[in-house]
Write a protein that binds this ligand. Structure first.
Ligand SMILES: [Fe+2]
Ligand SMILES: [Fe+2]
Length: 189
């Protein structure tokens, strides 16, 4: 089932407006290096955006923090060179996000930049880089973990063996598993 269909269900009302805003933003304004990729372009991004907004809603993040995650979702895989590990695509996508902000007036958030930069790196590295830049870093690190879980849940698109549930970082991500399965065509949800 697609996000487009699922978002019409009333259970998603709390996040629907934000989802539609950022999803339309992605389709209207954002360019993907691998636009034809079946696993790393718009449909993956829509699902990551949905998971990020659901996690933000569950953890009662404020609108600014929610937008930090939404922007990270929209830009995170835009500068891939291939569909494999492609370490460094996070850093390139972050540079694209920063330039995009300068050129378009989209508010630049340092934390969005860092989340995008380090979404393709080990948690330890990402967390230490974020901790360095944010003195009161507990919440910033939590947002990084939420984002990595949102991206991680959609590893199901590659097959169930690609998602290691023990690596999910937040309790609520596990609760989103049935939804992630449904969105990725699993029938045994
Ligand atoms: Fe990525
Ligand atoms: Fe991704």
């Amino acid at each position: 089932m697609s996000v487009e269909k699922i978002i019409e269900s009333s259970e998603f009302n709390p996040i629907k407006a934000k989802y539609l805003y950022w999803n339309n933003f992605m389709y209207d304004k954002v360019k993907f290096n691998l636009g034809d990729s079946l696993i790393h372009s718009t449909e993956h991004t829509s699902r990551v955006l949905l998971f990020a907004l659901l996690l933000a809603d569950h953890y009662q993040l404020n609108p600014q923090d929610t937008d930090i995650l939404a922007m990270a979702a929209v830009f995170h895989d835009t500068r891939r060179l291939n569909d494999h590990i492609d370490t460094g695509h996070g850093e390139r996508a972050a540079a694209y996000y920063a330039t995009f902000c300068v050129n378009s007036g989209l508010p630049y958030e340092k934390l969005t930049y860092l989340i995008i930069s380090y979404h393709d790196r080990d948690d330890d590295l990402g967390i230490s880089m974020i901790a360095e830049q944010f003195p009161n870093h507990e919440k910033a690190i939590f947002l990084y973990k939420i984002f990595k879980d949102s991206d991680g849940l959609d590893r199901l698109r590659l097959g169930s063996k690609w998602l290691d549930l023990n690596r999910l970082r937040t309790d609520y991500a596990l609760k989103l598993l049935p939804l992630a399965k449904k969105l990725n065509g699993f029938t045994n949800v």
